[in-house]
Design a protein around this ligand. Sequence first.
Ligand code: NAD
Ligand code: ZN
Length: 663
Amino acid sequence: MNVKEQIENLRSQVKYHNEKYYDLDQQEITDYEYDQLSNELKKLEAQYPEINSSDSPTKKVGGAVKRELRKVRHDVPVISLQDAFTKDEIYAFVEKVKSQIPNPKFVVELKIDGLSVLIRYREGKLVEGITRGNGEEGESVYENLLEIKSIPETIPTALPYVEVRGEVYMSNEAFEKIMQNQQEIGGKTYKTARNLAAGSLRQLDPYIVRERNLDIFVFNLEISEGREFASHAESFEWLNSLGFPVVPDYEICSNADEVWESISAIGEKRWKLPFGIDGAVVKVDNLDDRRVLGSTSKVPRWAIAFKYPPEQKETVVEDIKVQVGRTGRLAPLAILTPVKLAGTTVSKASLHNQDYIDAKDIRIGDTVVIQKAGDIIPEVIRSVPEKRPTNAIKYMIPDTCPICNSPTVRDDNGADTRCGGNECLAQLIRGITYFASKVAMDIEGFGPSSVDSLMSEGYIKNIADIYHLKEYRDVLIEKGIVGREKSVDNLLNAIDKSKENDLDQLITGFGIKNVGKQTARALTSNFADIDEINNATYDQLIMLPDFGETVANSVLNFFSLNSTGALIDKLKKAGVNTKSKVSDKSKDDRFTGKTFVITGTLPNLKRDEAARLIQMHGGKVSGSVSKKTSFVLAGEEAGSKLTKAEDLGVKIIDEEEFNKMVQ
Ligand SMILES: NC(=O)c1ccc[n+]([C@@H]2O[C@H](COP(=O)([O-])OP(=O)(O)OC[C@H]3O[C@@H](n4cnc5c(N)ncnc54)[C@H](O)[C@@H]3O)[C@@H](O)[C@H]2O)c1
Ligand SMILES: [Zn+2]
């Protein structure tokens, strides 16, 4: 590869990972690996300035702006920070500042690993909140910020306009809780708290934000109209007095040694903090000094971010086990000699699939280097072949299912291996246990062991059979399969009670691929009953909060199966509720046969609230305007849909008129 190709290759890699990180909140590589790529690129670009770099990702900040959220221009471009990875670079930074500023003071702060937001206050009232976006233009996350308890909605100040910048993050505890829950319900999982925090903040549904316990640390006063501050530290005190949670434990230093000491101390306590940091930030304290130093187009010259190397440890792969998941996926898991890593003891790491194991040449008995991806989830970085014992064993995912012995098959489009048996007992047991679990139908006393024995005795083969168990009451008591009379009756009562559950519990219980509780709720708040969901089109599904192409197709797939139709019939016959209680508060069908298109930002109602109201009254919500559209409910910045409605002569209403219609 020549240099030009090398540079182009790096650029496309960095672009790829930027998109994963900033736009999709699903990073694939660690920040450390990313930084290495991006630094290699920066170095080459500096070395070969003749290779045009105007389109390089190194010249840009952040990501794209999501289409669904309202765009807002920043008051001043929101820039990033220069990076340092070594002590020398920190000393060089301090020296450079000193060469221009006599006796500078520095503030060393935690670099919170979250998502940058700018928050605007007019006359002391919170009026807008914006993500960094591409630096020029961000996305409004105002409604979502209102759901973060520690952000004051009013501040006691007479200043007409105040803008602060902070980092929205999720605590380790909240992250772990949510991930555990997501895993149980088969929902989307995230590698790091940062990814989840970013994903949550950019949700269209503030209800989700409320549930996710986001928090914020404010780290800069951007604008304070009518009041000047001498130093950063002084502005922090003021922000504190207004009720903002300011980045904790910042230190003021006067020379490079003190700065380095402070950075090292943060490095020491890093893993004991209840939230993630991805470095330390050194900033010049005096605000006049900052003005003297100025900024480049991408970073200020008065600040630098120190990035800690990820902690890595060596350990031994004692064994590799494979688990069969609810969807039949065979997941290889490395059993490791326990080691303490980045704050927790690690004894297992997912090996994902056969390709991963082969690419890293990981064998049973190998010494491996592990680290935490984005500092949370342990992963095997590489094996250490020099330390490989002669009896190390190459691992192959079995070609028959360890549970049902059916041949395993490789997914057509990916690296995963699945059990090919459609009656895999393991899958069925998991599926039914999941159906009965708390997140789904919440049938008390129906754990894996009862499910297991009832299945092996042939009393249940699928979900619907659960509701016929009572026909076998006496036999069950006699055989003692689920315990004595009392346990049997308790279980049968619990099963009976579950018939009244709301529809989202039932949908969750189906264990549809990519459909967790959240998604099930989105379905049941937008459709009146299971038949409506069954008949929903791709266009209707893709409109729902949290729905992407994958999820929409999963739902369509599931409901297109003949077995699903049969299952639903059986459940209905057994008296299981298949109507949505959320949307059944509906009361009337005044919008039956009417199709609405919602566009732009409504003054009060949120889009999905409006959608819910329409559906509650029997109407349909569609994503695009056509002659069949009955009403276009338009708010501010309505754009092309409004124009199209005007062209087609479709009736356009505003929120006020809409409110009258639903009163
Ligand atoms: N893993 C990946 O695939 C991937 C991809 C893209 C970016 N990244 C990560 O993102 C970094 C680049 O992101 P960036 O452009 O946001 O810059 P940055 O993370 O290097 O620094 C700027 C950001 O730090 C945040 N910050 C937190 N606490 C702060 C404090 N006390 N003071 C000032 N700022 C504070 C602010 O949000 C600010 O926007 C990379 O170095 C990499 O680690 C990772
Ligand atoms: Zn199987």
